[in-house]
Write a protein that binds this ligand. Sequence first.
Ligand SMILES: [Zn+2]
Length: 67
Amino acid sequence: MVPSHPYVLLRCDACDQLIDPETASSGLLIFPRAGETTYEEPPLCSRCGMAIGLTAMVRWAEEEEEG
Ligand SMILES: [Zn+2]
């Protein structure tokens, strides 16, 4: 039995893995509309969302050091 899901099934933009909306990147905003779904950000699984978040932090830190 397949549970009915209110969300659209998404695939991670980085690793192409199916995303569970409950564990998706917290920055992901989904706007379901009639016939189409608009994303504020590329969909990312929790792992890639975390990895990209860390990368962004590292870059930010490096830019701070370089001044
Ligand atoms: Zn991923």
